[in-house]
Design a binder for this molecule. Structure first.
Ligand SMILES: Nc1ncnc2c1ncn2[C@@H]1O[C@H](COP(=O)(O)OP(=O)(O)OP(=O)(O)O)[C@@H](O)[C@H]1O
Length: 599
């Protein structure tokens, strides 16, 4: 029934099968004997339709399988071939029954019918008590019987066994061979072996020697009739690749969970590093609240207009005005009045506050030095928030005391808009100093540097701001490096774990292919698993982000996680996992079944 004509197979320059011809009968047990590397598995793979790259022809019931396409070859294996492997190739994590049912998933019989047939077969093979046992818990002999049951469940006309007793002891080997002998009464069974003793079970022994198939006439007791069959294919049952992917995902759940966690933690760490930008913003705003004059600059000295012009034309600077010495200022709080004969402009940003804050523009505020404050009350901290009346010439301003600053002499600051009003009536028009504000916090240091470069001495909080910025920048760089490292380690571990997991699945892929699953279905199954992994990782990430958020709130940590960051974190976890898993499974999906079986 199988006719091999002038078959030649080469791997690169090596000639493995050398223009050999042979007719296999329709029934009987044929042993294929030969030295290691003589080409036995190669021949079996060609008969099974795993490998079509050869010259010559293999005809099965009058149909040349050499001319079938990949999908037809899958159908050929599904409907006519039962495969038995030396190392059983049972899927661990699956029960005995599930392993057997895998082989009839593609046939059109109902699930009930397949189950009934599988249980009958298991009874016949003495495995009825192991039906629901996970295959990893079986003995070698039981595993091979399960593999035989799987090969027989679709009632194939040809059974191909690649060293089925290679991993068994003598007594188990004999039992298995008796079983194969029994089933060969109704079909052709080709068994690869190195073991001469196994050949005693055979109806015919083929020696593969120097690429030729040689048989001794004496060995031939087989029936060469039965060529009346036609090679036809049944309609395949449509299997749900997603369902199969889901089942596999469940089986490999622990490893998939570890991968998901590694990636989620890596991305969470990375996201937290980005959120350190938020921590910085919060600290800067705290600094600004405490140092309300942080953006002010003060340049003492007469100016011919050059410095004023320079400051006014700089986009980073606003609120530039000349300051003057003023005289005859009186301050009144309740029944106490204090007269200040002369008041000189002073730098604001470099003053340290004892209580409260410096006056803000537009707020009608005043800050006093401690010695001046004491003149209005012994407990100077109590003065904060109280209203004080300032008179200067015709002007009267009612101001709120916003703070007390650490100067050793009688002095005060008022909100800059009030200050400018005070200069409207000054007698002397001698410019004493210039006051300006830097619009953006980030520019304070660079503006000071620019003025220093031009030899203009400016009193600002640039030193404090610079120190703060450099601490933040260093911290943020450190955060970023640590987070990138955590992310890289997470991605590396996950990629290695995924590649290892996928590498361990070549045999599974070869097995599915031997059972007739085509490449498209296998590919979809693996992609489904990858999508499930991505979904699981995204869920883990969402849980981790939420926990971090809640813990941050409970412990009042300065972690600021925005909704956009949460969405980005979850999305990027999903995308990263899809990309990594597709890379990890790329080779697996593209591997030819014959190559997958050899791995
Ligand atoms: N995909 C491949 N690419 C290159 N060479 C290959 C490939 N597959 C098999 N070979 C080579 O073909 C030769 C025959 O291999 P094959 O596995 O068929 O031998 P075998 O008789 O089954 O050996 P063993 O009894 O040790 O399993 C070996 O030399 C092997 O290295």
């Amino acid at each position: 029934m199988i006719q091999i004509k002038n078959l030649t197979k080469r791997y690169q320059q090596s000639l493995i099968i050398d223009d050999t011809s042979f007719n296999f009968p329709s029934k009987g047990l044929i042993c294929l004997l030969g030295a290691s590397g003589s080409g036995k598995s190669t021949l079996l793979n060609m008969i099974a339709g795993f490998d079509s790259h050869y010259s010559g022809d293999i005809t099965v019931w009058g149909t040349s399988i050499s001319k079938l396409n990949a999908d037809e070859l899958c159908a050929y294996r599904r409907d006519h071939i039962g495969f038995i492997f030396q190392n059983y190739h049972l899927l661990s994590g699956y029960t005995v029954l599930e392993n057997i049912l895998l082989a009839c998933e593609l046939n059109t019989s109902s699930e009930e019918e397949n189950k009934k047939n599988a249980i009958e077969l298991l009874n016949k093979l003495g495995l009825s008590s192991k039906t629901d046992e996970k295959t990893e818990n079986l003995s070698g002999g039981q595993k091979q019987r399960t593999a035989i049951a799987r090969a027989l469940i679709s009632n194939p006309r040809i059974v191909l066994a690649d060293e089925p007793t290679g991993a068994l002891d003598r007594s188990n080997s004999n039992e298995i061979m008796e079983l194969l002998k029994e089933i060969s009464k109704e079909r052709l069974v080709i068994v690869i072996t190195h073991d001469q003793k196994i050949c005693t079970f055979a109806d015919d022994v083929i020696h593969l020697d120097n690429g030729k198939m040689i048989t001794k006439e004496n060995d031939t007791q087989t029936d060469f009739t039965g060529n009346h069959h036609q090679l036809s294919f049944n309609k395949a049952n449509k299997v749900s690749a997603f369902k199969r992917g889901l089942k596999n995902f469940n089986v490999h759940l622990t490893r998939y969970m570890a991968v998901s966690l590694a990636i989620s933690i890596g991305i969470l760490a990375f996201m937290l590093s980005l959120s350190s930008g938020n921590i910085m913003e919060k600290s800067i705003s705290d600094f600004k609240d405490k140092n309300t004059a942080f953006s002010n600059g003060y340049i003492k000295g007469k100016d011919d207009g050059t410095v004023f012009e320079l400051l006014s034309s700089d986009e980073r600077i606003e609120n530039v005005y000349y300051q003057y010495k003023i005289s005859n200022v009186t301050l009144r709080l309740g029944d106490k009045t204090e007269a200040i004969a002369e008041k000189y402009p002073m730098p604001k940003a470099t003053e340290n506050m004892s209580y409260g804050v410096m006056p803000k523009a537009g707020k009608k505020e005043i800050a006093l030095s401690p010695s001046l404050a004491k003149k209005f009350g012994n407990d100077i901290s109590n003065l904060l928030g109280k209203e004080l009346t300032l008179n200067h010439g015709e002007q009267e301003h009612i101001l709120t005391i916003s703070g007390i600053y650490n100067a050793g002499y009688d002095d005060f600051f008022v909100s800059s808009d009030i200050e400018q009003e005070l200069y409207e009536n000054v007698d002397s028009k001698d410019r004493y100093s210039i006051s300006y504000d830097v619009t953006d916090f980030e520019d304070i240091v660079s503006v000071s540097q620019m003025l220093a470069d031009k030899k203009i001495d400016s009193k600002t909080s640039a030193n404090e701001v610079g120190a703060l910025q450099s601490t933040f920048n260093n911290l943020s760089r450190l955060f970023l490096i640590v987070s990138i490292l955590i992310l890289a380690i997470g991605l590396f571990i996950s990629t290695v774990m995924l590649i290892k997991l996928q590498n361990s699945r070549y045999k599974e892929l070869g097995l599915l292919s031997a059972l007739g699953f085509n490449k498209g279905t296998i590919g979809k199954m693996i992609v489904s698993e990858n999508l499930l992994l991505a979904a699981m990782s995204a869920i883990f990430n969402a849980i981790l982000v939420s926990c971090t958020y809640v813990i941050g709130r409970i412990l009042h940590l300065a972690i600021i996680i925005t909704p956009v960051q949460i969405i980005l974190s979850i999305l990027s976890t999903g995308i990263v996992v899809i990309v990594i898993s597709l890379i990890a499974s790329y080779k697996l999906i593209r591997t030819e079944p014959a190559v997958a079986l050899r791995k």
